[in-house]
Ligand binder design. Structure first.
Ligand code: NAP
Length: 302
């Protein structure tokens, strides 16, 4: 059977002018000092990764608190003036500790200005609304984003954890394309395939940035029984056949959906980040892909 296509070539980030590698790296779990951060970024760059995903809220649980992951990235960028070139910096705003969401136009200006300052850059390549704020009309979210774009503070706009309907409502008020969705998507989180998010991405030519593509590590450190076990067994069968790690097969599975999701690798180990390059050796066919899905569903396809 023919292998599902998995290209290593860079491609446009949805309807933007930004070109990205088909893997991304994320900083949700980033901690430690700038030297450690630099090493991980170097590992990601080594395997061709261009898109780096962070958020103003990342680091909230560390001693440095809100904004600290962006500040750490800012420190790394400041120490190496050449690094920014070729990097697509994606960040997010809209989660406010204690509230918990605000996507009001005024708040977005403040949040984005603060992110720019921490990152030490003049423009954010992809600015994403982190989670839908149920109390802000999409017209106002759009107004906030348009202001940021007109001020040259952001290049492209994306959404994260938005439903398809919320995205359509925002797009209706926005004279810029929403270029990306960022849903959770992995063999242990299948919802975007059936809740309309991946269909909308294909309909509107939006990029899909898949968060927690290894289910936050649960696919790797899986418990010895239960549904994850069946998925793990199927992934291991394919990993053995393909001569790669279980992680690479799981990433390849995510990437093989026709919306061509870009998995955001969450590992903080430079070696494990580098090993993700083997994803491009994986050849899954239709039967392989559906076998993982059936194991994940715990039931045959209808
Ligand atoms: P993930 O790739 O599903 O999980 C990463 C975890 O798996 C790490 O703890 C890692 O540990 C572990 N792991 C174990 N073996 C591994 C292997 N062989 N290869 C890779 N990782 C392995 O991703 P995630 O960290 O949960 O999320 C990834 C990114 O998605 C975040 O950094 C963030 O950018 C984004 N995100 C977005 C949202 C949102 O709401 N938009 C929410 C969550 C995450 P080691 O570090 O020890 O390798």
């Amino acid at each position: 059977m023919t292998a599902l296509p998995l290209s290593e070539s860079p491609r446009p980030l949805g309807k933007s002018e930004i070109s990205v590698h088909p893997l991304a790296w994320g900083m949700w779990r980033m901690s430690g000092d700038a030297a450690a951060a630099r090493e991980r970024i170097a590992a990601a760059r080594d395997i061709g990764i261009t898109l780096f995903d962070t958020a103003d809220i990342y680091g909230i649980d560390s001693s440095h608190g809100f904004g600290s992951a962006e500040a750490l990235l800012g420190e790394v960028l400041k120490a190496d003036s050449g690094l920014r070139r070729g990097m697509v910096i994606a960040t997010k705003g809209g989660i406010v500790p204690g509230i918990p969401y605000n996507s009001g136009a005024t708040y977005l200006q403040e949040a984005c200005n603060a992110s720019l300052k921490r990152l030490g850059i003049e423009r954010i390549d992809l600015y994403q609304i982190h989670r839908p704020d149920l109390l802000t009309h999409p017209a106002e979210v759009a107004e906030g984003l348009i202001k940021l774009k007109r001020a040259g503070k952001i290049d492209a706009v994306g959404v994260s954890n938005y439903t398809a309907a919320q995205t359509a409502a925002l797009q209706a008020w926005l004279d810029l394309p929403v270029v990306s969705h960022q849903p959770e998507f992995s063999p242990l989180h299948l919802a975007p395939m059936t809740d309309g998010v991946l269909d909308q991405a294909m309909e509107r030519d939006m990029a899909v940035l898949a968060w927690s593509p290894l289910a936050g590590g649960r696919l790797i450190d899986a418990p010895p029984d239960g549904t994850p076990r069946a998925v793990v067994d199927e992934l291991d069968r394919l990993a053995h056949r393909e001569g790669v790690s279980r992680a690479c097969v799981a990433l390849a599975w995510v990437m093989s959906h026709p919306s061509r999701p870009i998995p955001i690798i969450g590992s903080q180990s430079p070696d494990r980040i580098r090993q993700c390059k083997d994803v491009f050796k994986v050849r899954l066919d239709r039967a392989d892909w559906y076998a993982v899905l059936v194991a994940a569903r715990g039931a045959p396809m209808p």
